[in-house]
Design a protein around this ligand. Sequence first.
Ligand SMILES: *Cc1c(COP(=O)(O)O)cnc(C)c1O
Length: 396
Amino acid sequence: MQFDQAGAKALMEITSRPELVFVRGQGSWLEDHNGKRYLDMVQGWAVNALGHCPPNVVEAISKQAATLMNPSPAFYNAPMMELAKLITQNSCFDRVFFANSGGEANEGAIKLARKWGQKHRKGAFKIITFDHSFHGRTLATMSASGKKGWDTIFAPQVDGFPKAQLNDLDSVRALIDEQTVAVMLEPIQGEGGVIPAQAQFMQGLRALCDEKGVLLIVDEVQSGMGRTGSLFAYQHYGIEPDIMTLGKGIGAGVPLSALCAKESVSCFEHGDQGGTYNGNPVVTAAGVEVMRTLTAPGFMETVNERSQQLSTGLMAISDKWGMKGERGQGLLRALILDRDDGPAIVAAASSRNPEGMLLNSPRPNLLRFMPALNISKEDLDTCLAMLDELIAQVRA
Ligand SMILES: *Cc1c(COP(=O)(O)O)cnc(C)c1O
């Protein structure tokens, strides 16, 4: 198939894309317009929790699309209610608001915390966030993010997001004042380079928030939905946040996200929050299938077996090549390179023949792995073998 140059030219230039058109996907494999196959260890940035085109999700979406696509968010629909029940039954939260992207769910979390601050904390509005964090690409979530340079592009920022240091409780304590309403963090910084919040820090943060009367918000857009080996990452820490956001994996590839909160914090009044597509039955039907799959007996055990396999395999590669180890939780892991050849390995993986591999390098000295949660043992072995071969090639 010819590459559609005119089509490429008609698209706004927002990133450098290779001249590849993906036409088909199944499980952990993608196929491009030339018929070449790729083992996908990125899965749309941890979005396709069940791999490409999972049959149960395809069926649920198709059925729902043929039955009812959009009654309007002002009315109830069955998949929306079912998914809200599944989330609340399997978490510490009582109420759910559905949205279309992680950034939008986080905007909702920020609004909810500010509303709560107006009602209960004399208008406190500041939300402490962290250096190297990533919360989305809307103006408020860019301001909340701790990405280098994001404080100046699109200036002025949305006010009220002082930055602390992850795993440094004193840096949080030092920022808390009368105007602080919440602390928001990713249990594992994903875009920041797969950096987990330590248990002691997370537990200390919960205690500090209780002591100061501020809310704890976890952004589980990347770490939630089974990604770290438990349904939600906060569950590893033995704590209960006040607010949690979900995105990415919850829709298995369709645009769906969620804002979850405890009853006591769910203080929106009519008109405060909404959106044309939220709770749309086609996408929430996908979410229902994802939740049912993840909570089925044995599913998370298998995720943890694959996680162990990936961790052990990456460690062996690190030892063999004199790298700096691996880190992460569940199937969100990173190989820490001893030099900045991450981008070269990513490029070599994509152009490898006859089969390629899709990898991600969020920092030049890091490779990030976000495979489908149901990746097979064989595919994961293939990934590790290819990786070793690619490193040899790049470093020859
Ligand atoms: C990807 C991501 C977001 C943004 O989600 P979008 O769907 O791209 O808006 C927010 N927070 C975290 C932790 C993410 O990984």
